[in-house]
Design a protein around this ligand. Structure first.
Ligand code: TEU
Length: 622
């Protein structure tokens, strides 16, 4: 058991302790060397209290000491599975393709575009939520888990989609949003009317209307507590007030969720992506630490991101729903570090198959709503760390973009001239790591951020609430610029299919502003251009699927210390590939001359010279 008197060295030797220190370094941007030097390592854990508050030390020690399990790095053969060889594509249905003409994407639109996805080489789809919802958070607020959102179509349309996906040799996983429901879900409505059984499905706090139960902040601004006049109680909502958190302590609620999951498995779906699944076990409701809250924006998170019953719930869920099926689960797990990921996904533990980790989405000390240039050397160090530590019994989900973040290319470099090579470099890195890649719609086109002109053009609840909150202390222009740098709407702009009005996304008025410069970025434009980002994606996806050295091999970095250079071998049994990448927008010296015994498989430039060109990425067969 670790205590305040234990040394930082002892804390770092503990896997969970190492994750927590790493998270603090990333959040605060403090230099690693400040902690990892011989003098600091001998200091007691209580020094963290002096810097950040004793309450944080208490919360951290509680976490470290409550996790008794350990994972050892496995070195055996990787057990093959369909999802280890799959190339996933995330569809944000609202913005993918509108077949009905109401300006909102729909299921028929997805069916229409299956041949496109097939031609890209995609083998599995993840659908962001398509369930009945009042759309406070675009479907992440579910009113009815067994009904399709009317704007998206009907259950008949869904069944047709699933059938068509399978007929095309692809798989389909659904979004599972069970940390919370909509406040319009029948359970919450009944609870408000006094149904005590259903009230037990949510998290309530007694107390008078003028005193908030604690200081936690919601992901969508303001307190996580909302007063319910009907019950004269507060309820917890980590996200919007229209997304009350479910009470996983309640066994009846858990069995309702498993029953619902089995309903979808019964239809033949191939798995679930599980929304903020690491938030389902709350560890207590003490106040959140102020310093950490300021650094990451979500005060209170240390009390629920890795709660005491998380493993128990996940193992139970697997036993009750997936154990006897050839299905796949990936957890979305914000703030969870590498050792925690291993404990959630190690094959011997029967919890999840993979998790999405987001440590590499922003550089250390930075957050999404800051305007800065992302340094790809950080991505390199992150990938090397994970690839070399995970071993063969955990698999990494390879992800650079999703519906919750601005486009990666825009974070790295906004120069339009370099966008295509940069997009291809990012694809080269993502598709040559060991793991399962997830392409977010439009990433294959190298899309950048959207030129929103004002808050009126934005639709996301997070952006709108944040803007209102910022107006309390900032001018409208300042507030808009902050929201603009991190808005989730950048990724949610409609897919540009062709060069006609609205990019062929809809015949009606699109629900969200579309991209500019369609004649350069649309699918139609790129299909006709041999050197387009889209055609590069087709090639790299084919290469990824055909090379065992990538699917099951090991990554061995070389010239690791050289800044702006990312070189590595991918090896599996006798097979070997060599990848060399220039992470900068300048020419840099090639570390080794081009060797004759290397066969160039793919490059993002038409020919090579003695130096590596800006963002050049080459894959060779050895
Ligand atoms: O996101 C959870 C999450 O923590 C973020 O990535 C989130 O977008 C951001 O931090 C908010 O500040 C998931 C979904 O992916 C997201 O779209 C939902 O809004 C959210 O859960 C609630 O269901």
């Amino acid at each position: 058991m670790l205590s305040e008197k234990s040394t930082l060295k002892q804390l770092l030797q503990n896997p969970i302790g190492a994750d927590l220190i790493n998270a603090l370094i990333i959040q605060t941007g403090l230099p690693k060397a400040l902690i990892e030097n011989p003098v600091s390592l001998n200091l007691p854990v209580s020094v963290i209290g002096r810097l950040m508050g004793d309450d944080l030390v208490k919360a951290l020690l509680k976490l470290v000491n409550s996790e008794q399990a350990r994972c050892v790095k496995a070195a055996g053969e990787i057990q093959p599975a369909w999802w280890k060889e799959a190339v996933f594509y995330q569809i944000y249905p609202r913005s993918f393709k509108d077949a009905s003409g109401d300006g909102i994407g729909d299921i028929k639109g997805i069916i229409e575009k299956l041949p496109y996805l097939k031609s890209l080489g995609i083998t599995a789809l993840w659908l962001s939520p398509v369930y009945d919802s009042p759309n406070d958070d675009n479907g992440y607020d579910i009113r009815n888990y067994k009904k399709i959102m009317s704007e998206f179509g009907t259950m008949k349309d869904f069944d047709a989609l699933l059938k068509a996906v399978h007929q095309n040799g692809m798989r389909l996983i659904m979004d599972l949003v069970v940390n919370h429901t909509s406040d319009e879900h029948k359970w919450f409505c009944a609870a408000k009317k006094g149904d005590e059984e259903k009230a037990g499905y949510y998290i309530w706090h007694d107390g008078d209307e003028s005193t908030l139960p604690n200081n936690w902040l919601s992901f969508f601004s303001g307190s996580v507590w909302e007063y319910c006049k009907e019950r004269r109680q507060w309820y917890l909502h980590l996200f919007s007030k229209k997304q009350p958190d479910l009470n996983w302590e309640n066994a009846k609620l858990r069995s309702e969720i498993y029953e619902m999951m089995n309903y979808w498995y019964g239809k033949g779906i191939d798995g679930f992506r599980m929304d903020v699944i690491n938030f389902i076990s709350k560890g207590g409701y003490e106040n959140g630490n102020e310093v950490l809250g300021k650094a990451c924006g979500y005060r209170g998170i240390e009390h629920y991101f890795y709660g005491p019953r998380l493993h128990e719930y996940l193992a139970e869920m697997r036993r009750e729903t997936a154990a006897d099926k050839d299905v796949f689960t990936v957890g979305e797990t914000p703030a969870v570090g590498m050792e925690m990921c291993r404990l959630l996904t190690d094959e011997s533990r029967g919890e999840l198959d993979m998790v999405f980790n987001f440590e590499h989405f922003e550089c250390p000390g930075k957050h999404r709503f800051q305007e800065y240039k992302y340094d790809l050397n950080y991505l390199k160090s992150y990938l090397i760390k994970w690839q070399t530590a995970l071993g063969t019994s955990c698999r990494q989900a390879l992800v650079l973009e999703n519906h919750d973040n601005p486009r990666m290319t825009s974070k790295v470099n906004q120069s339009t001239a370099l966008m295509p090579v940069l997009s291809k470099l990012l694809a080269c890195i993502m598709f040559t790591m060991r793991g399962t890649p997830f392409v977010f719609q439009g990433q294959e086109l190298g899309l950048g951020n959207v030129a929103f002109k004002s808050i009126d053009e934005m639709r996301d609840v997070e952006s709108i609430n944040m803007y209102k909150e910022l107006l309390k202390t900032k001018t409208p222009k300042e507030a808009f610029n902050i929201v603009l740098s991190g808005s989730r709407d950048h990724a949610r702009a409609p897919m540009p299919w062709d060069n006609t009005e609205n990019g062929g996304f809809t015949q009606g008025t699109p629900w969200l502003r579309t991209h500019d410069k369609l004649e350069q970025i649309s699918v139609q434009a790129q299909e006709n251009d041999e050197n387009s980002v889209l055609n590069y994606y087709k090639k790299i996806i084919a290469l990824h699927k055909s090379e065992k050295a990538i699917l099951y091999g090991e990554i061995n970095p070389v010239f690791e210390k050289r800044k702006n250079l990312f070189c590595y071998f991918c090896s599996y049994k006798g097979e070997k590939l060599y990848v060399e990448c220039n992470l900068s927008d300048k020419y840099i010296q090639r570390p080794t001359p081009i060797r004759q015994n290397q066969q160039l498989l793919l490059s993002n430039y038409p020919f090579q010279v003695s130096d590596l060109k800006p963002y050049e990425a080459n894959i060779y067969k050895i």
